[in-house]
Design a protein around this ligand. Structure first.
Ligand code: SAM
Ligand code: SF4
Ligand code: SF4
Length: 331
């Protein structure tokens, strides 16, 4: 199944909740995501059975990787039950988490069939990290989660660090040094204009070239070939010692040409781009009793009509669009 730019459907990101216990300013700024904010109600969320049904159909359509995300996916009760239901043969089943519940949950998730985890950690400097998550969550809590995930065999573990100018860019090198010579794969992510509440400005983006220059000035490294077509991070290997890191440059070097991702929101809306302003409600037809054939043809129509390449078209006009929030669509 190919879209209008001949891109196949290969990856599915499933948001299991729009809620989170962190308030990272680049994703869920406290001023907006406060007590008055209307999060999804329980009955609006897809059930595990509904998610599994949609996922199964998408796997038949070519999806070979499923990532559970949110919001904070580990806030969804009994997530391990969903993991068990989604552990299809030949599908890579992963999870992106802020790591705060990982020390408690890693083993049970691994036992249920999760293959890997990606953990977000923006800085090793406690003051910087706590200011970024805005709920005073300590670095040590995430490091404990990383250890638990590693002990449970959920590797190779990727670590996502969003870089924001003047906020944590001075701690990039410390992060690279810390994870060099380990099996953790650190990935720096350019701050993106997802959603419409994070006050994104191009001036706050530290371009990939600058991140690379900062690291390579002290830690010599060389580019590594992508693991597969469509890999979003550009990879680099340390020359002195072992280990690698990556940079995800959605802003300065867009990669829409290889984008094979479809997103399913927690309430069952399918989105063909992270920067979408609208999507297609599959929950409605699921709850009206659609057959598997109906669902398959619904997905077929959506993917075949797909024209998205937001990051290649980004401008001061597009960044002000009423895009859906990252915490809702699933990062
Ligand atoms: N709560 C989980 C977490 O933080 O890992 C999963 C959901 S979160 C939306 C997924 C990823 O998106 C995280 O690694 C986060 O750092 C990243 N992210 C969120 N907002 C972003 C932004 N504006 N620009 C770049 N990355 C962002
Ligand atoms: Fe929560 Fe993840 Fe968004 Fe931070 S990036 S607010 S941890 S959903
Ligand atoms: Fe894919 Fe949209 Fe990101 Fe381009 S902007 S890589 S189409 S999600």
């Amino acid at each position: 199944m190919l879209d209008t730019m001949r891109r196949p459907l290969q990856d599915l990101r499933i948001s299991v909740t729009d809620r989170c216990n962190f308030r990272c300013g680049y994703c869920m700024p406290k001023e907006i995501f406060n007590r008055e904010y209307q999060f999804l109600a329980r009955d609006q969320l897809l059930s595990f059975e509904e998610i599994t049904r949609v996922a199964r159909i998408l796997v038949e359509k070519g999806v070979s990787k499923i990532r559970l995300t949110g919001g904070e996916p580990l806030l969804r009760a009994q997530l391990e039950r969903l993991v068990e239901m989604l552990a299809f043969d030949d599908v890579d089943l992963t999870l992106t988490t802020n790591g705060s519940f990982l020390s408690r949950k890693a083993q049970v998730l691994a036992d249920a069939g999760l293959t890997r985890v990606t953990v977000s950690l923006d800085s090793l400097d406690d003051d910087v990290f706590q200011a970024m998550n805005d709920v005073e969550f300590p670095v040590a809590g995430v490091l404990e989660g990383l250890e638990a995930a590693s002990a449970a065999g959920l590797g190779p573990i990727k670590i996502n660090a969003v870089v924001k100018r003047g906020v944590n860019d001075h701690t990039i090198l410390e992060m690279a040094r810390h994870f060099k010579n380990t099996s953790y794969i650190l990935r720096f992510i350019e701050f993106m204009d997802v959603g419409h509440t994070n006050g994104w400005r191009l001036d706050d983006v530290v371009p990939a070239a600058e991140i690379l220059a900062t690291i390579s000035a002290k830690l010599p490294c060389e580019p590594v070939e992508p693991n597969y077509t469509g890999e979003v991070a550009r990879r680099y290997r340390f020359l002195d010692g072992t280990g690698e890191f990556g940079i995800i440059s959605s802003v300065s070097q867009p990669f829409c040409g290889n984008c094979t991702r479809l997103r399913l929101s927690a309430e069952g809306v399918l989105y063909t781009c992270l920067f979408a302003t609208d999507g297609s409600d599959i929950r409605a037809i699921l709850r009206e009793g659609a057959s598997d054939e109906d669902l398959a043809s619904f997905v077929d129509t959506i993917w075949k009509a797909r024209t998205d390449r937001y990051s290649e078209l980004r401008s001061s006009q597009t960044s002000g669009l009423d895009k859906v929030e990252m915490s809702y669509i699933g990062g």
